[in-house]
Ligand binder design. Structure first.
Ligand SMILES: Cc1cc2nc3c(=O)[nH]c(=O)nc-3n(C[C@H](O)[C@H](O)[C@H](O)COP(=O)(O)OP(=O)(O)OC[C@H]3O[C@@H](n4cnc5c(N)ncnc54)[C@H](O)[C@@H]3O)c2cc1C
Length: 232
């Protein structure tokens, strides 16, 4: 049913989108398999790109002709350079984006690429033969052959959400966790651990009377240096 792909990317979050275009721009035939096409490039929590550490990474990705900076600039509402009071090594670009535009533009760019195909389903395991990965198996039992597989599952692998004293499985609010891959990786000799990320309580109402406008000091700045130059 499927051709053999050079690269299969599992998960179309920020990392998976970048992995797919990086491989596709190098001429590889890419399959981007993700649970839900409607959440391609979704901004998980804060509708912001960058900040300390990730801001530097996004600029490095930009230097390598990745698309994260371009997509961010396309959907940007506000830009700030954080940590201006510290030395230049600590300066961190962070852009607030329109969440829908950000995800929509990522999907648009991916869909324009002739080397990228899409599959909407949960990937439940890897096809491994003679110690080499040969592709992936989906939740419906379909096998997609590939020479290499990139796992960019984000917070979804056996994810657990804690809210107060309640706990339940989930990759992100309203989305199910991905099962199968972690167990298989452990069987193959990898160690699995658990990391935590925290979403603070979110305001559901804003008292505009007491809110103060905060103007960006650097509205003319962009994340990407590629945006006004031809693509590599
Ligand atoms: C509270 C919080 C605040 C944040 N604030 C910021 C911020 O201010 N600025 C910033 O830049 N970043 C911020 N982030 C980080 C940002 O959300 C992550 O860096 C980014 O979402 C990670 O992208 P990802 O591709 O690794 O994973 P994810 O976004 O988690 O995407 C994973 C994708 O893989 C898919 N998937 C997973 N498993 C499977 C499977 N088995 N089969 C098929 N598909 C699968 C999922 O459906 C999903 O689409 C924040 C994160 C959190 C939690």
């Amino acid at each position: 049913m499927f051709d053999q792909y050079d690269v299969i990317v599992v998960g179309a979050g920020h990392a998976g989108c970048e992995a797919a275009v990086a491989a596709a721009n190098m001429g590889c035939k890419v399959m981007l398999a993700t649970m839900n096409m409607q959440t391609i490039g979704q901004m998980s929590c804060n509708p912001a790109m960058g900040g300390v550490a990730k801001g530097q990474i996004v600029r490095e990705i930009d230097a390598l002709c990745g698309y994260s900076g371009i997509v961010t600039d396309h959907s940007m509402i506000q830009f700030r350079m954080l940590n201006r009071s510290k030395g230049p090594a600590m300066w961190s670009p962070r852009a607030q984006s329109d969440r829908m535009q950000f995800a929509g533009y990522w999907r648009y760019l991916l869909e324009q690429h002739p080397n990228i195909d899409f599959w909407q389903e949960m990937v439940s395991g890897l096809l491994v033969k003679d110690g080499r990965v040969q592709g992936v198996r989906t939740g419906m039992g379909l096998e997609i052959p590939g020479k290499s597989v990139v796992l960019t599952n984000g917070t979804f692998l056996n994810g657990i959400i804690h809210i107060g004293e309640k706990q339940f499985g989930g990759g992100r609010a309203g989305e199910s966790a991905a099962r199968g891959i972690t167990e298989q990786l452990v069987e193959l000799g990898f160690e699995a651990g658990r990391m935590k990320t925290g979403t603070p309580p979110v305001w559901i109402a804003v008292r505009w009377i007491t809110a103060k406008w905060r103007c960006s000091l650097a509205t003319s700045l962009w994340v990407s240096f590629l945006i006004q130059t031809p693509r590599c």
